[in-house]
Design a protein around this ligand. Structure first.
Ligand code: PCA
Length: 218
């Protein structure tokens, strides 16, 4: 493949939140954007942990780069694996304020929007590829009801209006810098997301083989 035929992949992560010193999702994106990926033209964007600002910035990045694939990343500190998300829900219910101090409770993301939107990524294939590489991974049914789910829900709305765009969300676990919890190094996370990117690229052009919510595996 010549460089011009490589797909464009937009990978997003988040800035730190809730007094944490770092957010591994944003750190992985910075690394990937700096080092690139041999299978694609990789663009990285670190989003604010803001209900109001994150999705518009994501939409602007999609407009600017016109990617073939969008993989949005976020931190799920209590998880012990890299978890591709299956379903975004039309609910914002924040346990803690976001970085702007906003704390929506029991609110719809889009008034009258669909209750759920499903991923466009082959989540089971990603989880299998990661497991095969010795990196713990599980498909997750919900991205919660905080800023990550909000961005995931809006991302899938954008993707519905852009035929050919494959998009979805992956939560990553904590790194040692966050103390306690599961211990994934940033190197492992980077390797895992590289594998996820390759898996999605390898399956492009097989639109028909994605079953319900990214479920077909082979
Ligand atoms: N995780 C939060 C928001 C930002 C992040 O990295 C979440 O899971 O909603």
């Amino acid at each position: 493949m010549t460089p011009s035929t490589l797909p464009t992949v937009l990978v997003t992560g988040f800035e730190p939140f809730a007094d944490a010193p770092v957010n591994p999702s944003g750190e992985v994106v910075r690394r990937l954007a700096e080092l690139g990926h041999p299978d694609c033209r990789l663009v990285g964007e670190v989003l604010p942990v803001s209900f109001a600002r994150a999705a518009p910035l994501l939409a602007a990045a999609i407009e600017a780069h016109d990617p073939d694939i969008v993989i949005a990343l976020g931190l799920a500190e209590s998880r012990q694996a890299i978890t591709p998300e299956r379903i975004a829900i039309n609910l914002a219910d924040a346990r803690i304020p976001d970085n702007d101090g906003a704390q929506p409770r029991d609110a719809e993301i889009e008034h009258g929007g669909p209750t759920a939107r499903t991923t466009g990524l082959p989540v089971k294939a990603i989880a299998h590829a990661l497991d095969a590489a010795g990196i713990p991974s599980d498909v997750s049914l919900t991205a919660g009801s905080y800023v990550c789910n909000h961005v995931f829900y809006e991302l899938m709305g954008i993707a519905a209006a852009r035929p050919g765009l494959r998009a979805g969300f992956i939560h990553v676990p904590a790194t040692p810098q966050l103390g306690g919890g599961p211990q994934f190094t940033l190197d492992e996370l980077e390797r895992g997301i590289r594998i996820a990117i390759t898996t999605v690229i390898d399956r492009m052009g097989h639109d028909g083989d994605l079953d319900v919510a990214g479920g077909t595996t082979q």
